[in-house]
Design a protein around this ligand. Structure first.
Ligand SMILES: [Zn+2]
Length: 235
């Protein structure tokens, strides 16, 4: 009898979680900071080579919306491609560490200064929107590309149409702090907005660690100065 009651209570709890987050999953600290195996997580999927020439995973809901956007763009003569999607804490650690140990930055001995320098373009592991399966880099990662006719055509199409499919540019022009403008980075807001809210609710500087320069995260106030320094439409 007791077991039955416990099971019934469990079903109720799970149902209420489903009601609160109908599109998704239980949003844990581990998920928010990229400590998941997205290749095994059932809410993620490896996207078709029709859309990328790399190994890219996205959340299923993000992917479904992206496929619709891709088809609409193609009808207008714009060919989109995905360069990067979900990145785990360890994927981001690899990127961060390779920059941290790059001879280009070897002259900067002060850890805070060095972290500050890297933060123009690269997120600290545990603070990237790429952890969530909602964000992706499209077509070309060079700012110069978007000054060419081909780059302008693609960017203009995205600016005029991506919102209809739920995608927004978090790192837009004209923000006083945070990452530099990224015309290639687009975020699926129906999910990402929920995750950002949860991030601000759940994550503290005690949760951002395990990589060189993490000591500076609190002093640089990266949650405010990076994670939240985004396009106001994305908040
Ligand atoms: Zn990106």
């Amino acid at each position: 009898m007791n077991v039955k009651r416990i099971l019934a209570a469990l079903v109720l709890v799970m149902a209420s979680v489903q009601l609160a987050y109908p599109q998704s999953r239980i949003i844990t600290k581990a998920f928010l900071t990229g400590h998941i195996n997205y290749t095994r997580d059932t809410s993620f999927i490896k996207i078709s080579h029709k859309y990328t020439d790399r190994k890219v995973y996205l959340q299923k809901a993000t992917y479904a919306a992206y496929q619709k956007m891709y088809t609409a763009a193609l009808k207008d003569g714009v060919v989109l491609s995905v360069i990067s999607g979900t990145r785990s804490f360890y994927d981001q650690h690899y990127k961060w560490y390779s920059k941290w140990s790059d001879p280009e930055f070897a002259g900067i001995k002060d850890k805070k200064q060095k972290a500050q320098k890297l933060l123009s373009w690269w997120s600290m592991p545990g603070t990237s929107r790429h952890h969530w399966g909602t964000d992706m880099d499209l077509v070309n990662l060079s700012p110069a590309f978007y000054t060419t006719p081909a780059g302008k055509k693609i960017y203009n199409w995205l600016v005029n149409n991506a919102n209809k499919f739920g995608f927004y540019q978090p790192f837009n022009a004209g923000r006083p702090t945070g990452y530099k403008e990224e015309k290639w980075h687009w975020s699926y807001l129906p999910l990402a907005k929920i995750y950002l809210q949860e991030y601000t609710r759940q994550i503290t500087y005690a949760d951002i660690n395990g990589f060189p320069g993490s000591e500076a995260a609190k002093e640089l106030d990266v949650i405010k100065s990076q994670v939240l320094a985004i396009n106001l439409a994305c908040k």
